[in-house]
Design a protein around this ligand. Structure first.
Ligand code: ATP
Length: 312
């Protein structure tokens, strides 16, 4: 059985060494919020599966090869003969800001449908991790997302929802309606400070309280370089961000989510889960790539070493 099952759209990202308008070189790699989480968890030794549709093209092969190489279960991945793998082009504009151009409309990934998930759920994962990106992809992906959080999902499956609002895919009003319709099934809700209003009303404390009373056990709020907070029945716990040199902030949120879930799987206390989330977020920003620099379990303590440390 799997520790964590996740599904969504995986793409190939092309990272540009300069502005997208220039003739700078591109480096291809696997991208996608849910596959990032799956890989981060697999590196920490958790059994993880990812479900989605890829194009029958070289980019789909690249995505599948990376997932396999990272030890992610891909039994539930299917290939579309007549739709391409989604692509994104990424330009790191400054050390702290990146800009993304998507070519994902009509992609193979957006053809995800309810049957893809229901058959994968027969693997009975301990945790189902979903994001608010999937329901924005297409009607069938929305149906799949809704169905995965519906009655067919056993009560014993712990659900993690990362709000992950994508302004390029839908507007806030639509996202609000869709996410609120299912957020009650989530045991852990993860949101950035500016995403919390999509799933609950009021200031942070009030919104967290509302989500806890709707059934969540953990409400986690990410604050970028200011760290993160977890709200539980027991109250509020804060963790500052780790003081690292940020060289690539893409993927910090996904790494953070994986860290928090890894803590839950290890049976840690909420504050320790938060600390592992913050640690993984720091790893993501201080290494290049969405997930390529993330740690194996034995490397988790590396960031605590001082700057300039060489391991010999
Ligand atoms: P993204 O969408 O870019 O993946 P996000 O908005 O979902 O990011 P952030 O809040 O930016 O998520 O980052 C997640 C976590 O990563 C933060 O809560 C923090 O712990 C860590 N983090 C982010 N930026 C930094 C930083 N500059 N230095 C150290 N840790 C950071």
């Amino acid at each position: 059985t799997l520790d964590v099952l996740t599904f969504g759209e995986a793409m190939v990202s092309f990272r540009s060494a300069g502005p997208l308008q220039s003739d700078a070189a591109f480096t291809p790699g696997l991208a996608g919020a849910e596959s990032n989480v799956a890989i981060a968890l697999a590196r920490l030794g958790h059994r993880t599966g990812w479900v989605g549709r890829l194009g029958a093209d070289p980019f789909g092969e690249l995505a599948l090869r990376e997932l396999r190489a990272e030890g992610v279960d891909v039994t539930g991945v299917s290939s579309e003969a007549d739709a391409p793998t989604g692509l994104m082009f990424l330009e790191q504009r400054t050390a702290d800001t990146s800009r993304v151009e998507y070519r994902r409309a009509g992609s193979a990934g957006s053809r995800l449908c309810p049957a893809d998930i229901t058959s994968a759920l027969e693997l009975r994962p301990r945790i189902l991790h979903v994001t608010g990106i999937t329901p924005a992809l297409s009607q069938t992906a929305h149906d799949a997302w809704r169905a995965s959080l519906g009655e067919a999902l056993g009560d014993d499956v712990f659900v993690s929802l990362d709000v992950n609002y994508r302004a390029r895919l839908w507007d806030r009003a639509t996202a609000r309606d869709v996410l609120r319709a299912r957020v009650g099934r989530a045991d852990v809700v993860i949101a950035s400070e500016d995403e919390l209003d999509l799933v609950a009303d009021g200031a942070e404390a009030e919104a967290a309280e509302a989500l806890l009373s709707r059934g969540a056990s953990y409400v986690v709020v990410k604050r970028g370089a200011c760290g993160a907070t977890v709200w539980t029945e027991g109250g509020r716990i804060d963790a500052p961000a780790l003081p690292v040199r940020a060289i690539d902030t893409v993927g910090a949120g996904d790494a953070f989510s994986a860290g928090f879930l890894s803590g839950l799987l290890d049976g840690l206390e909420p504050g320790q889960c938060l600390e592992r989330g913050v640690l993984l977020g720091a790893w993501a920003v201080s290494t290049r790539g969405d997930w390529q620099g993330l740690p194996r379990r034995g490397e988790l303590d590396l960031l605590a070493l001082g700057a300039g440390t060489t391991l010999r």
